[in-house]
Design a protein around this ligand. Structure first.
Ligand SMILES: C[S@@+](CC[C@H](N)C(=O)[O-])C[C@H]1O[C@@H](n2cnc3c(N)ncnc32)[C@H](O)[C@@H]1O
Length: 645
């Protein structure tokens, strides 16, 4: 059925099949396959082969298949792929640290990782980028209204950074005592390959060239570009008293290529899989081995899903439904409208089966099935996470990390050290006081300093409140200082100085990973279908339109609410809010046609007829991108396993 609906339409298949470790985690021909079964690898490979052959047909040419696997079957799986799906492009294999503590084995190592194999359907597929981690962004420790940045020396280094390489980038900055600066008026003389400077520096200005140890280097940009972006620059005096020009360096926008070693703490399947699932489902509903939702989010991004806001993602080993939860999280981050199809069996875990049998329940009964994976875990998780609450109305409490960095205001802190006037303290007393303040080195404190301000330290101390004005002047543009200590017994003076600093520097802007409350749910729709057995005789007589209707709705993109099936005598179905229409009685074509005229939103028109000729004639008259023939014996439409492979 998936092939009928989605052949060549899927952007990403993400699957996490049973790993065949010998734990009772998967069945073949209805029996659990255990570690002593001599055919266990063959059984597993047969199961995978069929699914991969069928699954791969669903992918678009630039689509990507991601399979997670551990070392039990990795080597077999890779050979299976090479053998049965030779056209695929191996984009990469990521080793994911999903178990930081390590899963103990009887005699061997503690296993910390699993792998994710990324395969492109064709050479058109390419991996997507991952967001930079908070750790990678931490060097950008300053923030302005354009986001995070770090101050980087503006003098160019590395290749082509000498004056002879880029003579136009060799020009002066005129810098005043207070570090304000300008670029003088000047003119480029091509024949001499140098700037002719038209202005002398003022008396209080020094001239700063891009030199390093007397070598003539160049600035990072040309003069004109600097003039147009003065806010991006800063001149500062270093500790050795030399003046330096700095430019705001920002993280490059696109993210980074996925590496092959994935070690974020958020990839822990216990912390971000099992525990998140417990938060969603509440006590009493367990599922073995759910993935970390963040490992799935990043795997989907590596499948280039972030750049496709209307991508279609399929997972046919859905388990607890982490993939759909991850797709919703991705959509929430960029208002995307990606769709996700989960497929799962409804098997009852071994433990659950035992306790059910003890209670006298019959396998296959409704009560029994209620405890199957799909009904007990996959569907409730998907529903609760979208609604933000459970069936009993209790809200989900917890939050997701969104993977997006957000800028937040954080107030600066002010502390009054009111036990004395700081200027009266001896050097030893000052050092004792400073020992209590984080990140202020005692070595930088002197007996006569009125205040301590330092380019490297996030804390500043005012010892002499009579020198508050000079302190304020020294604090100008010192955005990095977050904690202020004022040693005075005068409350009024403390409050006045505090207010002046707040006005001068405003709040601290900090970059944090964004969070999303689970109780907010997601703006998404969910439909749940049971793939069931029908009586072929009923189908042949065309009496199963209701059963086939969801398939037509899916073929037409699953847009708008799934319509109700019309009664058995209906001539057609033309749902108002869906982009498809179905002609059920072919002899009513003319009326049907009149009803769909003007419906520019229709993408699919289905015509039920057994005659190819009739279909071709009617198709000529219908103006819709896709006109599709449906055989009256609906099963005919889905006979996918005949004649192919
Ligand atoms: C490792 S789990 C997937 C976990 C999922 N990624 C998650 O995060 O919850 C593998 C799933 O494959 C299902 N499965 C096992 N044997 C299967 C089979 N023969 N056909 C289809 N699904 C099967 C199991 O029910 C189980 O839910």
């Amino acid at each position: 059925m998936l092939e009928y609906c989605y052949s060549g339409k899927v952007d990403c298949i993400y699957i996490d099949p049973p790993y065949n470790t010998g734990a009772k985690d998967w069945k073949y021909n209805n029996d659990y396959v255990d570690g002593n079964d001599t055919w266990r690898h063959s059984k597993w490979l047969s199961m995978m082969k069929k699914r991969l052959q069928l699954g791969i047909r669903l992918l678009k040419d630039d689509g990507i298949l991601c399979i997670t696997i551990d070392d039990y079957e990795m080597h077999h799986l890779r050979m299976l792929i090479e053998d049965t799906l030779p056209g695929l492009e191996l984009l990469g294999i990521a080793v994911i640290r999903n178990n930081p503590g390590g899963r103990a084995t009887a005699k061997g190592f503690a296993v910390n990782h699993e792998s994710a194999i990324f395969l492109g359907k064709s050479s058109k597929a390419h991996a997507g980028r991952l967001d930079r981690s908070a750790e990678q962004l931490s060097r950008y420790d300053q923030v302005d209204t354009n986001g995070p940045f770090e101050w980087a020396n503006f003098r160019k280094h590395g290749a082509a950074s000498d004056r002879k390489d880029r003579p136009k980038q060799f020009y002066p900055f005129y810098v005043k005592e207070d570090c304000s600066f300008r670029i003088p008026s000047m003119e480029w003389i091509p024949s001499l390959k140098k700037w002719e400077i038209h202005e002398e520096p003022d008396n209080d200005e020094v001239v700063l060239w891009p030199t390093l140890d007397e070598r003539e280097k160049v600035w990072g940009w040309g003069a004109k570009r600097v003039q147009n972006s003065l806010d991006e620059f800063l001149v500062k005096r270093k500790n050795d008293a030399s003046l330096q020009v700095y430019k705001k360096e920002r993280p490059k926008g696109e993210g980074r290529l996925p590496g092959t070693w994935w070690e974020k703490t958020a990839y822990s399947s216990n912390e971000s899989g099992t525990k998140i699932l417990q938060k969603i489902l509440g006590e009493g509903r367990d599922f073995p081995f759910p993935k970390s939702i963040y490992a799935v989010v990043d795997s989907l991004k590596a499948c280039n899903i972030q750049n496709k806001s209307d991508a279609l993602i399929v997972d046919f080993f859905a388990g607890s439904g982490t993939t759909l939860n991850a797709v919703n999280l991705l959509n929430a981050a960029d208002s995307g409208s990606r769709q996700c199809i989960l497929v799962t069996n409804n098997e009852v875990s071994e433990e659950e089966a035992k306790s059910q049998l003890e209670k006298g329940l019959q396998p296959g009964s409704e009560d029994w099935n209620r405890h199957g994976i799909c009904q007990f875990v996959t569907f409730p998780r998907s529903k609760y996470t979208i609604l933000g609450h459970r069936d009993d109305d209790s809200k989900l409490d917890g939050e997701y990390l969104t993977g997006r960095m957000v800028t937040k205001d954080k107030p600066r802190t002010f502390k009054q050290l009111g036990f004395t006037e700081g200027r009266l303290l001896s050097l030893a007393q000052r050092k004792q006081l400073v020992a209590l303040v984080d990140k202020v080195p005692q070595s930088k404190i002197t007996a006569d300093m009125a205040f301590f301000v330092d380019d490297e330290s996030p804390a500043s101390i005012l010892f002499d409140n009579k020198q508050a004005d000079a302190w304020l002047e020294a604090l100008e543009a010192q955005e990095h200082i977050t904690d202020f200590y004022i040693t005075t017994q005068e409350n009024k003076s403390f409050n006045a100085i505090k207010q002046q600093i707040q006005e001068l520097l405003g709040p601290v802007l900090v970059e944090e990973e964004g969070k999303r409350q689970m109780k907010s749910g997601f703006p998404a729709n969910l439909e749940y279908f049971k793939l069931d057995f029908l009586d072929p005789a009923e189908v042949q007589m065309g009496r199963q339109f209701a059963a086939i209707l969801p398939v037509l709705w899916m073929v037409a993109g699953a847009r708008g609410p799934l319509p109700d099936a019309p009664d058995s005598h209906a001539h057609w179905l033309i749902p108002a809010d869906c982009p498809f229409a179905v002609l059920i009685q072919e002899r009513r074509f003319k009326d049907f046609h009149r009803h769909i005229e003007g419906r520019d939103d229709l993408t699919h028109v289905f015509i039920v007829t057994n005659s190819r000729d009739t279909f071709h004639n009617l198709r000529e008259e219908v103006d819709a991108p896709h006109v599709v023939q449906l055989y009256k014996d609906y099963l005919e439409n889905f006979k996918i396993n005949f004649g192919k492979d």
